[in-house]
Design a binder for this molecule. Structure first.
Ligand code: ADP
Ligand code: MG
Ligand code: ZN
Length: 492
């Protein structure tokens, strides 16, 4: 997707500047009902069916704040290390838009629910904290659909189902210095919010939306440059591309003696460019004022503590616990805490297996390999965590060699059957029984007289060859440890 290259700065010019980035992220709270009425928030319902006088903004209708929405907002705030304000206030943000029948959004302004938090990201192997300025609650607007044609004229449609869906807006400090840092911040933010079940963060359904504020300044300059805001980019990958494009565009303008105008821009996925949408000179004056139909929101310490106590572990806490309690390597702990689902799966395997490190190897190695090959998520694994755990336990107990276990696992994956069923049917049980092993060993020794001679005259390295022969004769089922012991005893 090459942007018009002449518009972009050459690498030499880019190196003179430092980008400054702050993100505004809207997240849909995972409540069953809307923020100020009891309409469902379900996705995909028939247009304009999940509506009532409150979310339609009909005259005289009164909002009632959802306790669940507040609790999820507080949970998000705590997970982002914010201070929750004992009192916050809703405010009307007035503007006209066809999908906003009230003529205003109910948001929060100078008294947001929480402020002063942070998210930790990794930059070149070091941790960096990105400040969170504020978290505030608001209701969502409806949706305009601009793709209708009838009688050769264009039609737009309005679907108000989304009106009144609870959102939080998470505003970051201008602490990021590259598109990669913005990408890491979004990834970390999403992971945290998913872990504490504040939101699904499903971007395809619009449950997480990001506006990127970008400016550049000469390296070493004290003041920030003028920023532009790139609106509503719908994937993390595009946010990164949009920021990089915007940095380059701004540097090119400054290098040719121009100035940056504060404006809102849109990212065009097809061209890879950002395009001006409206300048800040025509910026909205939202005429915020306190929402007269709602009392201030008071959150007592007792309530906040109850919410804190009900919260699931954060990804960073889980990583630390996996390392401390299970003896996992940093990297494995990192991989296994990418999602709640992966972490829960691993813990179930570890419990059933009684060997956490082996459990981690199987989940990260064999299981992930087959899942990736079939494009399946861990939730869709044909092998349940309990069954994988049983398999790993059989290896630990010496009933199955690692090699056979891999074979059994592949069959479990394709049939969904338990390990024991497959082992029984295919006669794959490991042979540890001394009598049975001795019989095989006798045959092998008889057939390999030369190697037996060599061993007895001091060339003990042929033991490996003989073990291999026994394994082969047993079709991989002999217990290698036992074979080793028995062979040595027989040869001396
Ligand atoms: P506005 O009033 O234009 O919405 P805010 O001060 O509320 O601006 O900031 C909105 C977002 O822009 C925040 O995430 C903030 O970190 C970021 N931001 C502010 N100034 C800059 C800047 N000079 N460059 C990049 N981002 C900035
Ligand atoms: Mg703003
Ligand atoms: Zn409603």
């Amino acid at each position: 997707m090459p942007a018009s290259i002449d518009e972009l700065a050459p690498p030499g010019a880019l190196a003179k500047y430092e980008p400054v980035i702050g993100l505004e992220v809207h997240v849909q709270l995972a409540t069953a009902t809307k923020i100020f009425c009891s309409c469902p928030t379900s996705f995909g319902a028939a247009p304009n069916s999940n509506v009532c006088p409150v979310c339609l903004g009909l005259p005289g209708a009164l909002p009632v704040l959802s306790r669940e929405a507040v609790e999820l907002a507080v949970r998000a705030a705590l997970a982002l290390h914010c201070e929750v304000r004992p009192q916050s206030r809703f405010a009307r943000k007035n503007y006209f838009y066809p999908d906003l029948p009230k003529g205003y959004q109910i948001s929060q302004y100078d008294e947001p629910v929480a402020e002063h938090g942070w998210v930790e990201i990794q930059v070149n192997g070091e941790s960096k904290r990105i400040g969170i300025t504020r978290v505030h609650m608001e209701d969502d607007a409806g949706k305009s659909v601009h793709d209708g044609f009838r009688d050769s004229s264009r039609y737009s449609y309005v679907d108000l189902n989304r009106c009144g869906t609870p959102l939080i807006e998470i505003v970051s400090e201008p602490d990021m210095r590259s598109a990669d840092e913005a990408y890491s911040y979004l990834t970390e933010l999403k992971q945290v919010l998913q872990f504490v079940e504040v939101s699904t963060c499903d971007m395809e359904k619009g449950h997480l939306r990001c506006d990127a504020n970008v400016s550049v300044r000469l390296k070493g300059a004290g003041e920030f440059g003028t920023k532009t805001e790139v609106k509503n980019v719908n994937s993390f990958r595009f946010v990164r591309l949009a920021i990089d494009h915007e940095i380059s565009r701004q540097v090119a303008i400054l290098e040719s003696g121009g100035t940056i105008h504060q404006e809102t821009r849109l990212y065009n996925v097809a061209t890879g460019e950002t395009v001006g949408m409206r300048s800040k000179e025509h910026a909205h004056d939202y005429r915020y004022f306190p929402e007269p139909d709602l009392v201030p929101l008071r959150i007592s310490d007792a309530w906040m503590n109850r919410i804190r106590d009900s919260m699931a572990e954060l990804p960073a806490e889980k990583r630390a616990r996996f390392i401390a309690d299970y003896g996992l390597r940093e990297y494995d702990a990192q991989v296994l805490t990418q999602s709640r689902a992966a972490a829960d799966f691993f813990e179930t395997v570890a419990r059933a297996a009684g060997d956490p490190r082996a459990a981690a190897n199987w989940v990260i190695g064999d299981l992930s390999g087959l899942l990736n090959a079939e494009g399946k998520s861990i939730e869709e694994s044909p092998v349940t965590a309990e069954r994988l755990g049983e398999l790993v336990r059989l290896i630990a107990k010496g009933e199955l060699s690692n090699k056979l276990a891999k074979e059994v696992f592949a069959k479990m994956f394709s049939t969904g059957e338990a390990a024991a069923v497959i082992i029984e049917r295919e006669g794959l049980k490991q042979i540890s029984d001394t009598g049975a092993l001795e019989a095989i060993i006798e045959q092998v020794l008889a057939a390999n007289g030369k190697q037996v001679e060599q061993y007895r005259s001091g060339k003990t390295t042929v033991l490996g060859f003989l073990v291999g022969q026994v394994m082969k004769a047993s079709r991989g089922q002999a217990n290698p440890g036992a074979v080793n012991e028995l062979l040595k005893a027989k040869l001396t």
